[in-house]
Design a protein around this ligand. Structure first.
Ligand code: AMP
Length: 540
């Protein structure tokens, strides 16, 4: 027997309708790509999103068509997301930091029809335009006055284009499992793979994000959405903020410490989220200027391991609660957050700060387990590490236009991360499976060694890779980028590490480089480093 409840499909535009009706006065504030700060309300944003949908329909875009965006976090980008999805088309976010060949591949693979592009990235697409055969039109996210003289075919200024229609448009009706958004993961090997979110997964994920023990957004909050909308679904923020009725602040292209600080201060931001590199920039700026963070209450750090010193700085020096999160594009992306729980509230501050170094625990709607090489579950003892598998309604089961399922026989998704889970459910990532260092039959956690090394004065960034060793199979090499002006040497770094990591984890050598290579989503390219140092000989 079926229940007698209404059939109410979970569609992304229902979030915007709710936000605009109940929090219509709430502001969205953008540092525009053109320069000045722009403001609009949630009600205005909905009206403009409806115009985007109407204008797209007039262009002939229909259910299931792919419409791409290559843009910073701005209110125009949010409007475009809702407009595209509310029409039943699929919003494909392009990461402008990808290489030209990768962009070429994914735009053609997705068969994008129309592309919305920020002024900054017009030259990127101009250089590629000949190869983008499926793209009919380019909408430049600006007004007529700032429209560049571009060679992009059928280019039009966004403001002129939506001014041709009114907002008298009804969102389309379709099944909640309809595809809503497409985001390619920039793997370090092979072609990028398309993660295809549905309306249902996006709505459930927004609700999940707004649980008190996840990001816990409330209508009183002012949220600075730094994590880019082109990376991992912007950690749900374009959906979870309007769902909560909070104020949304967007940095546009200004990601440096000074620009971020200015918005935190002027918009009285209470919560924010970004990868560790952005926070390093802000912390440096605060140290140089002596400024404080009087309004900020919570900062979410994820996308890469949060260095322990960052946890201590935010919590102890600036009195800001730090929430360490882990996830991945394939998980929409939230997997775990490191909020304290009842059983940890009795711990002293030091023990809690230490616990925050772990990636955290799962919210309802994410299941997680760690298994050995044979797929057998490993006990939750906080020590035994293995392959981290996940499951849930916001986790991928396949990739766009790739036939095969990517799940294990019993329906789990292998994250490619190596982790342990403790008795209280806190998970700790120790490595990516392809980056793991196997020494004398045991694993060395490159993340732990890197985390310890970046605490050493004079070290800006650290990467650890495993290289072949005649006796131990592999041993760790520590690669360091120094702070500007620092002359820290190998002996000083090793002396600093002494006592902070297990003795047998001690890197056999330390080398210094001018730059550590990163992927388009800001992760250290270990493959590249392994290539660079493949002929390196350990001195011991
Ligand atoms: P992406 O899909 O680009 O967001 O990358 C996801 C991957 O980033 C994960 O599988 C992890 O390897 C890594 N990652 C994300 N968050 C963290 C974190 N807090 N600590 C360590 N690694 C992380």
């Amino acid at each position: 027997m079926l229940g007698l409840m209404q059939d109410y499909p979970l569609l992304t535009h229902t979030i915007l309708d709710h936000g605009a009706l109940n929090h219509g006065e709430r502001e969205l504030v953008t540092r525009s790509v053109e320069g000045p700060i722009r403001r609009c309300t949630l009600a205005e944003l909905r009206s403009r999103a409806l115009r985007v949908a109407k204008a797209l329909e007039r262009e002939g875009v229909k259910l299931g068509d792919r419409v791409a965006t290559m843009a910073w976090n701005t209110e125009r980008h949010v409007e475009t997301w809702y407009g595209v999805m509310g029409l039943g088309a699929i919003c494909h976010t392009l990461n402008p930091r990808l290489f030209a060949e990768q962009l070429d591949y994914i735009i053609n693979h997705a068969e994008d029809d129309i592309v919305f592009v920020d002024l900054t990235f017009v030259p990127v697409l101009e250089a590629l335009k000949q190869r983008l055969g499926t793209v009919r039109k380019y909408v430049v996210l600006t007004d007529g006055a700032h429209m560049p003289n571009t060679s992009l075919p059928n280019a039009v200024a966004y403001e002129d284009w939506i001014a041709e229609v009114d907002d008298d448009f009804s969102w389309k009706h379709f099944d909640e499992n309809t595809a809503a958004a497409l985001c390619y993961t920039s793997g370090t090997t092979g072609n990028p793979k398309g993660v295809l979110y549905s309306h249902r997964s996006n709505v459930l994920h927004a609700l999940m994000a707004n649980q008190p023990d996840v990001f816990g957004l409330r209508s009183e909050d002012s949220l600075l959405a730094i994590v880019p909308m082109f990376h991992a679904n912007a950690w749900a923020l374009a959906f979870s903020v309007p769902a909560a009725g909070a104020k949304m602040v967007m940095p546009g292209a200004g990601m440096d410490g000074a620009s971020i600080y200015e918005l935190l201060d002027s918009e009285r931001v209470t919560a924010t989220a970004a990868v560790p590199t952005v926070w390093l920039g802000l912390l440096q700026y605060l140290e140089q200027t002596g400024k404080k963070l009087p309004y900020l209450k919570r900062v979410v750090v994820g996308g890469a391991a949060c260095p322990p010193m960052m946890i201590r700085k935010f919590e102890l020096d600036y009195d800001v609660e730090l929430i360490h999160g882990w996830g991945m594009t394939e998980m929409s992306p939230i997997g775990t957050t490191g909020n304290m729980k009842h059983a940890t509230s009795i711990l002293d501050r030091e023990a809690q700060l230490k616990l925050k170094e772990k990636q955290g625990r799962t919210p309802y709607l994410v299941e997680m387990k760690v298994v050995d090489d044979d797929g057998k579950e490993i006990p939750r003892d906080g020590k035994s590490a293995g392959h981290l598998l996940v499951k849930g309604p916001c986790v991928s089961k396949g990739y766009y236009r790739l036939e095969d399922s990517v799940l294990t026989a019993d329906g789990w998704f292998d994250t490619g991360d190596i982790a342990n889970i403790d008795e209280l459910g806190f998970m700790q990532i120790t490595d990516r499976d392809k980056d793991v260092i196997k020494s004398g039959g045991e694993w060395i956690s490159s993340i732990d060694v890197e985390n310890a090394a970046v605490g050493c004065p004079g070290v800006a960034e650290a990467a650890v890779i495993g290289l072949p060793h005649p006796k131990w199979t592999e041993r760790p090499l520590l690669i360091i980028k120094r702070d500007d002006g620092s002359a820290v040497d190998a002996d000083e770094v090793l002396a600093y590490l002494d006592g902070k990591i297990a003795k047998w984890w001690m890197p056999n050598d330390v080398v210094f480089v001018d730059e550590i290579p990163h992927t388009a989503t800001g992760k250290i390219q270990k493959m590249e480093l392994r290539k660079q140092f493949k002929d390196f000989q350990f001195s011991n």
